[in-house]
Design a protein around this ligand. Structure first.
Ligand code: MG
Length: 389
């Protein structure tokens, strides 16, 4: 297959800097949406693109699992940088990477950037968002409409660089002549609805014009976030019909990571490091009025192990003061102490403090995901087959 590409990226109307990066090394394309404040988000997404770009040249990936390996290497590189430089701590990035091999598109994906396919007028999201709201929709706790306007809709449950391990989704899609693929950061999808995006992709023949138009629409709708789009138009090799005019950027530009103005202010963090309340709260309890104490308790959350041995979300604080407990059970999860991966045990025994109920749910989601990963990697093949039948 032949591919004509259009690409556009923009800081948007609100942010000070562009923390998105993209990669265009035919036949591999990627978008990465960095986060973490100050320069960190920028570093995270650019590192992802650089590591992947180097990997493409040294490993010559041929399938989805090879792409996933590149994403895993990028994760390790970002994690290492974040660990060794306090200014970069907490940074992370999404990554959606697509490779066209013959008539197949291979995709590896982490986070809430998206790949879409427009074919014969039907527009379909290929990737699944790794977000808190997406999970809540799957579990039947939110409707799709509620999710679209949820205040926590940008909280992601998976990203590169926030943990030494990352689970990478791998997908495959057969391609047909005339297909249009869109890779995009959430700066487009949060601002412009799917029908309007599909309309532009269907109408604008030139992929570059389509990419430019999509960015214009995101900005016209408020441009609340950085926006990056890659539009791919798929044609048969040697197709007699002339391809839509290809932009100059179609030429391979190894490691093409966009670095726009250095950010001067931190964007809102999508995950927040838990604040250590212990000492502060002891002092507050000693000196403050009851009203203050109540306020603190109603705004404090932690995840711990309940009396029945189940992982439990509490409102309040885990510390007992003078033999008195200052917490209420918010939700008891299905995870038992026996299921808990070692890496979570110490935190949970002490009570893992978080800043909101949403963050507590995210933490529980991460535990569930790790348990699934461990199960998948330790399950003997016979049992896997049995479970499927
Ligand atoms: Mg974004």
């Amino acid at each position: 297959m032949n591919v004509a590409v259009g690409v556009q990226t923009d800081v948007g109307r609100v942010r000070q800097g562009n923390e998105d990066s993209y990669l265009l090394e035919e036949p591999i394309y990627a978008v990465a949406d960095g986060m973490g404040g100050h320069i960190a988000g920028d570093v995270a997404s650019a590192t992802a693109v650089d590591v992947i770009s180097e990997g493409i040249r040294s490993e010559h990936p041929r399938d989805g699992s090879a792409l996933a390996d590149l994403v895993t290497s990028a994760n390790e590189a970002i994690w290492e940088k974040a660990r060794s430089d306090p200014a970069l701590r907490g940074m992370g990035t999404t990554c959606t990477i697509l490779m066209i091999d013959g008539e197949v598109a291979h995709i590896a994906h982490v986070g809430d950037s998206r790949a879409y396919l427009l074919r014969d007028g039907s527009f379909r999201q290929l990737t699944e968002d790794h977000t808190l709201v997406e999970r809540m929709v799957r579990e039947g706790r939110l409707s799709a409409e509620e999710a679209a306007n949820h205040p926590q809709r940008s909280v992601i449950t998976r990203a590169l660089g926030v943990d030494p391990h990352v689970q990478v989704d791998v997908l495959e899609e057969e391609l047909s002549e005339g297909d249009r693929i869109l890779l995009t950061s959430d700066g487009l999808t949060a601002m412009v609805d799917a029908a309007e995006i599909a309309g532009v992709l269907g109408r604008e023949e030139d992929p570059q014009a389509a990419a430019d138009r999509l960015v214009e629409l995101a900005n016209a709708a408020g441009g609340e976030d950085n926006v990056t789009v890659l539009v791919l138009h798929v044609e048969e090799d040697g197709s007699p019909a002339p391809p839509p005019p290809a932009p100059a950027r179609q030429e391979t530009r190894p490691g093409a990571a966009l670095q726009v103005d250095a950010p001067v202010s931190a964007p809102p963090r999508r995950w927040v490091r838990p604040v250590v309340w212990g000492v502060v709260i002891l002092v507050v309890l000693a000196v403050a009025a009851t009203v203050t104490v109540r306020w603190v308790l109603s705004n404090s959350w932690y995840v711990g192990i309940g009396s029945g041995g189940a992982v439990t979300i509490y409102q309040g604080i885990p510390e007992e003061i003078a033999g008195r407990s200052f917490s209420d059970v918010e939700r008891t999860t299905d995870i038992t102490e026996d299921d808990l991966p070692e890496s979570f045990k110490d935190d949970l025994e002490e009570g893992k403090k978080v800043e909101s109920l949403e963050e507590a749910e995210l933490y529980v989601s991460n535990i569930e995901e790790r348990i699934r990963e461990i199960e998948e990697s330790t399950e003997p093949p016979e049992r896997r087959r049995r479970n499927r039948s």
